[in-house]
Ligand binder design. Sequence first.
Ligand code: NDP
Ligand code: 8X3
Length: 251
Amino acid sequence: MPCIFITGASSGFGLSIAKRFAAGGYDLILTGRRRDRLDRIQSELSQTHGVTVTTLCFDVRDKQAVRTSIESLGERGIDILVNNAGLASGLSTLDQGDTDDWDLMIDTNLKGLLYVTHALLPRLTAQKQGHIINIGSTAGKNVYKNGNVYCATKFAVDALSQAMRIELLPFGVKVTAINPGAAETEFSLVRFKGDEARARAVYEGFQPLRPEDIADVAWYCAQLPPHVCINDLTMTCITQANSVYNLGPRP
Ligand code: NDP
Ligand code: 8X3
């Protein structure tokens, strides 16, 4: 069976992508920090879909943990890597910003993505086939007010997707960047540090994307013929033009 490796599979997009690919017959390697959630998802998806679900519990910021966890897979090949784990922390001007928030976003969204990719690349290049799907954002296309460092990390993901595509051409490995706009997940709850009312308010007055929408698009990109690669795909709900213009409210 084909196998997909997904970072940040304990909630949101990563979880929906796991469900979509399990339903399509893929074995799953699911990662995240919350062991209890990963265990629950493993048991649910393996029972429902009869696929093999492996879980790896690690923090993508921990270079050594990334390496050791991925080494524990042995020689196992993977067909698709989804670099999805990420977060926003805070929303304020640079002069009011918390430098710990900046470290968290840069270490997770940028360095974490690099550590995971670095650890898995030898498998993909040796196979001479495969697919990397990087979850960027509309925030990596246009900067919005107070989005500064989060946007910078997503611009960096855009740059890394372009770099990977160039470097992996000789190996037949596809690289797709999926850049969603506002989607209702745990994203805003994390950004606003558990403030549920503030998180809910982000999605009031319009129909945001659902995590299932991102999973459907990832599935589509992964099922194209071997010679076709979607390089860069931006998707928003129908009230949003880009990360700045939304008929709904902007926090
Ligand atoms: P969620 O908060 O629902 O999911 C984030 C996932 O990332 C969780 O599974 C979390 O798992 C994992 N994660 C976060 N930090 C780490 C870490 N240090 N190490 C390992 N895993 C980590 O948010 P989304 O599903 O919305 O976000 C997924 C991606 O999509 C992010 O990269 C985000 O920037 C991006 N995005 C989100 C949009 C939105 O509007 N929701 C729009 C565009 C892009 P755990 O806590 O168990 O470690
Ligand atoms: C998440 C979407 O617009 O809230 O990347 O930054 S946004």
